[in-house]
Each structure stands twice: as structure tokens, then as C-alpha cells.
Design a protein around this ligand. Structure first.
Ligand SMILES: *[C@@H]1O[C@H](CO)[C@@H](O)[C@H](O)[C@H]1NC(C)=O
Length: 409
């Protein structure tokens, strides 16, 4: 009890500005700053609307102006700021409502050197490297124009087609790829992702400051942000984007196939695709229920699509499972029983825009599948149709969008 009490007393003391041990001493800006960096004075900062929105860290005993500048400089930020004795922030530009204020308001000593100033409460000592901030070219490849910073989400991609570039992405390489492949929109996201498409769906425009991650292949450009696309379109796309052509079924009968889940954006360290198959999850007397999961690739010889219903096939004929329901937010359900209920018959094969095996669609949608880690089944990756937020079986943020290829078997 004793040490625990002491610990919470110490942290409460440190967290309280009134008890700040470095308050109101006279401190200085170091005379010699790292090469190229200069002091920009004292700036206001607000916890809810940061003046510098890049990387940050805090140190209770080793913060100095030099260590903060070196942290920001290593990450290629042109601005660094120290605050509240212990905090370091990096950024590409001073964000509103941050503004210069009197130098006397930046009077807290740094935790790593009490002779230096490290801002104050809501006050930053700001430093600049002199390098210009990354930017976005307004026009690339002659007729592709910057449209702004647009929303995206993993479960419902704004642009349908994802393109991976080895060795890092640039705005130019992404636009060139989308252009060559006949798309009219190109978008860059999260510093390292390139997407192409022909419409932007329900995506909405946000402030440019939300697209402030540098491109992995060019540190002088911005390539979107988390769930934010730095969006370009060709001259042809300037009129309101056309509705994508309604996808049409090729067939509701495919004699033999195996479903393969192909990630739209493969996980960094993972495979590009995962075989999926039906697994039994629940058996009550005379009825057994199954679903499609990446844990279920074995066990079946192949799958048959017959009049829009899916039948997993084995050498044992009876009782054969059949697709039973496809409900948004859930895995497709199968049932096997002596006298089966009416099958779910809304599956069909559709053309694969990237040229591979046909895509499996349900309810005419080939584009709503995700693999989600099922928290009630030990993290098993189940196939989910149109994953939903606040679901009892998975966290939407862990779902990875996939296409289901119907690989001939
Ligand atoms: C998760 O697993 C449980 C238990 O196997 C199953 O009942 C449920 O349908 C699964 N959820 C989804 C969304 O696949």
C-alpha cells in the first residue's frame, strides 16, 4: 500500500501545473541550435487543436531543445516545438489557432536542462529547419487536378481499386498507374497507399490539414492521412462523377469453384489472399449450422453454385449443407439438415475488373466482403458481408476488405 500511495502522490504532483517545479525560472534558448534550425519565438497551443500536428513525445527527465529538434528532424518535419517543460511536438506548418505570443510566456525550464526554456502551459517554443513543408502539386501528368482531402474507410473504400508500389509511393506514380489503367480518380492515403476508381461515392471533403502524412516515396509531398485521401481526378472527371455501371451477374450456376479471399489492401506482414471455406459452428439436434471462414479451407472437395445457392461438396452426399442466409454484418450462414429450408439463392458470379477469376457477389454486391477477427471465436477470421460498427462478434476496425475470387476447382 505504501509504495503505491507514494507513486500516485508523485504522479499527481508532477501532473499539477501549480506544483510545477520548473515554473518561473529564467531560461534561455540554446545559442547553438542544430544545423539550419532557428528559433521562431513563443506560440500558443491548445490541447484540443494542436499548433503542431505531426509526431510528438514527452520526457519527464530528458527533454531539451536539441533532443526535440533531433526527434522532429529525424522524422523530416520542418517544425519542432517544446512545451510544458517535457513535451515535444513536430509539424509541417503552424495550424490555426496557434499564433505568436510574448516570449515571456515560454518560461518553463526543460526537464533535461534547467537552463533552457521549454515553453509553458499551452505555450510552445517553436523552431524551424528552414526546409519548406511538403505540399501537393495542383496538377500532375498534365490533366490530373488536385481535388482536396477526402474521407475513406477500410470497410467501404472511396476508390475501388488498390495499387501497391514497391519502394514507396509518390503522387506522380499513383496518378500514372490510375491513368494508364483507364481510371478517372486517383487517391493517396496513409503515406503509402494508392487507390484508383471511377467515382468517389459518398466520400466528403475535409480540411487539407487532415491529409498531412508525407509520401513514402517522396518526402516533399503529402499522401493523405488516416482514412483520408489526397484526391486527384482527370479533366474528364470534372463533371459530377458518373454512377458506376450497375454490376451484372455472369452466372448463377458455376459447377466447381473454391472461394479465395483476396485482400483489397493486404496487411503489411501478411499474405495477399486466404482460402476460405465453410466450417460448422453450431449443431442442434438434426440441424447443423455453418459459416464461411478462413479457418475452413479444408474439408470440402469444392463448392458448387446452383441457381444462386452455394453447396459445399464432399464424397458423402447427405445431409448436404446449403447456403441459408446472407445478412449485413454477418457471415453467410449454411445449414445442413434432412429436410432443408429454402436456400439463400442470391449469390452469383461477376466479372473481375482486375482480370482474375470471377468475383462472388451476394445481393448483386461483389464489393462488401471483409475478413473480420471474430472475438467470440478466439480471433478466428470469418468472412463478413458488409461489416457493421458495434457488432457483438468483431471490432469493425479489425475488418479487412476482400474480394472473393471463385477459383475454378
Ligand atoms: C463468430 O463466431 C460465432 C461462434 O462460432 C458465430 O456464431 C458467429 O456467427 C460468428 N460471427 C460472425 C460475424 O461471423
Amino acid at each position: 500500500m505504501g509504495p503505491l500511495f507514494l507513486l500516485s502522490f508523485v504522479s499527481a504532483t508532477l501532473a499539477s501545473p501549480q506544483a510545477h517545479q520548473y515554473l518561473n525560472r529564467r531560461q534561455n534558448i540554446p545559442a547553438a541550435l542544430p544545423e539550419g534550425w532557428s528559433s521562431q519565438g513563443c506560440y500558443t497551443d491548445e490541447p484540443g487543436a494542436r499548433t503542431l500536428t505531426g509526431a510528438s513525445y514527452s520526457s519527464g527527465d530528458a527533454m531539451t531543445v536539441e533532443s526535440c529538434i533531433s526527434f522532429c528532424s529525424d522524422a523530416n518535419f520542418p517544425l519542432a516545438g517544446v512545451e510544458f517543460s517535457r513535451e515535444c511536438f513536430c509539424g509541417y506548418a503552424v495550424q490555426s489557432p496557434g499564433a505568436p505570443t510574448g516570449l515571456s510566456e515560454c518560461s518553463y525550464a526543460c526537464t533535461g536542462d534547467s537552463a533552457q526554456s521549454c515553453g509553458g502551459a499551452g505555450r510552445l517554443n517553436l523552431f524551424a529547419s528552414g526546409a519548406s513543408a511538403p505540399s501537393v502539386p495542383q496538377t500532375v501528368a498534365e490533366d490530373w487536378d488536385y481535388q482536396g482531402c477526402y474521407t475513406d474507410s477500410v470497410s467501404d473504400r472511396t476508390l475501388s481499386h488498390s495499387h501497391h508500389v514497391d519502394g514507396g509511393i509518390t503522387i506522380e506514380s499513383c496518378v500514372a498507374f490510375c491513368s494508364t489503367n483507364g481510371f478517372s480518380f486517383a487517391g493517396l492515403e496513409f503515406g503509402d497507399e494508392c487507390f484508383c476508381g471511377n467515382s468517389i461515392g459518398a466520400s466528403t471533403k475535409k480540411s487539407d490539414s487532415e491529409c498531412a502524412m508525407v509520401c513514402s516515396g517522396n518526402l516533399a509531398e503529402f499522401c493523405g492521412g488516416r482514412d483520408r485521401l489526397t484526391l486527384y481526378s482527370t479533366g474528364d472527371a470534372e463533371e459530377p462523377p458518373e454512377e458506376p455501371p450497375t454490376p451484372t451477374c455472369i452466372s448463377t450456376n458455376v459447377a466447381r469453384f473454391n472461394p479465395l479471399a483476396v485482400f483489397k489492401t493486404p496487411p503489411p506482414a501478411g499474405p495477399l489472399s486466404r482460402p476460405i471455406g465453410m466450417i460448422n459452428v453450431n449443431t442442434v439436434p438434426h440441424v447443423s449450422y455453418g459459416l464461411l471462414s478462413s479457418a475452413g479451407s479444408g474439408g470440402w472437395l469444392y463448392y458448387a453454385l446452383q441457381n444462386g445457392a452455394i453447396y459445399p461438396k464432399t464424397t458423402i452426399p447427405f445431409p448436404a449443407p446449403v447456403s441459408f442466409s446472407v445478412v449485413p454484418g454477418y457471415s453467410p450462414i449454411f445449414v445442413s439438415t434432412q429436410i432443408p429450408p429454402p436456400a439463400y439463392s442470391g449469390f452469383c458470379s461477376m466479372a473481375n475488373p482486375s482480370g482474375g477469376p470471377p468475383l462472388l457477389a451476394a445481393n448483386l454486391r461483389p464489393d462488401l466482403w471483409s475478413l473480420c477477427s471474430n472475438t467470440t471465436a478466439g480471433g478466428r477470421n470469418d468472412l463478413v458481408y458488409s461489416p457493421q460498427a458495434n457488432h457483438p462478434h468483431y471490432n469493425l476496425a479489425t475488418c479487412l476488405a476482400v474480394n472473393i475470387h471463385m477459383v475454378p476447382a
